[in-house]
Design a protein around this ligand. Sequence first.
Ligand code: ADP
Ligand code: MG
Ligand code: MG
Length: 270
Amino acid sequence: AVKKEEYQVLEELGRGRFGTVFRCFHRTSNKFYAAKLIEKRRLLNEDRRCIEMEAKAMSFLSPHPNILQIMDAFEDADSCSIVLELCQPHTLLDRIAAQGPLTEPHAASLLKQLLEAVAHCHAQGLAHRDIKPENILFDEGNKLKLSDFGSAEWLGEGSSMSGVVGTPYYVAPEVIMGREYDEKVDVWSSGVILYAMLAGFPPFYGESAPEIFESVLRANLRFPSLIFSSVSAPAKDLLRKMISRDPSNRISAHQALRHPWILTGALTTA
Ligand code: ADP
Ligand code: MG
Ligand code: MG
């Protein structure tokens, strides 16, 4: 309980599935951080594992310039707290909602930073499994930070994961099918994010979660000309390679970083 008293909790920054994130002031260092507070009475047993995994995965992956830095984690009788590097209050979701489609160089710069984070996770043997715009933050210098590792899972040797995790618009078809899957699910989600950045809306949608899932399962990737006639061929090529229904044909995060659209910063159009 001593550690908790070192922090003064300030205004709310955001809310998720079990946690509320507050800006906080660390009295001993005179610095501001973000603190994710989770009340234990609202947790099921399996949620506890997620929170432990979240702190463990974040410390394992840090430091990386595009992964949110964890500063500390502690618990008392009533709550678990994770202290994080403080980011701007607006997530990538807010940016897309406010600005609509982003320019190609802007989208390429953001996707490159996201892929650097994802490739690092995969190289370290972890899949994030919940990549979506609400979980993509920006620090004071506007650097992209992948956050929310509460669904992260270790990649087993030769084994693969199962279980439906993620968010309807961003979840890969193999996850919905209930098959075993691997880290390529993160490439799918990152590809869906790229589409949403360029179009202002996600590629697969529906009125309800089951309808969205059906649309994801069909994986019929379309480029409506109203929006996409002005999008370059290399951008569409990368979208097709990332949003490929069959994970074995899907590009890896490492390969995507070497795609011409990323290497040129989207400044050449073909
Ligand atoms: P959950 O696992 O419950 O989804 P998140 O870690 O995604 O929780 O945090 C919920 C929301 O809180 C985020 O979508 C974001 O708006 C805000 N948030 C989280 N971490 C930070 C941070 N370090 N700095 C600023 N805002 C944050
Ligand atoms: Mg979240
Ligand atoms: Mg979470």
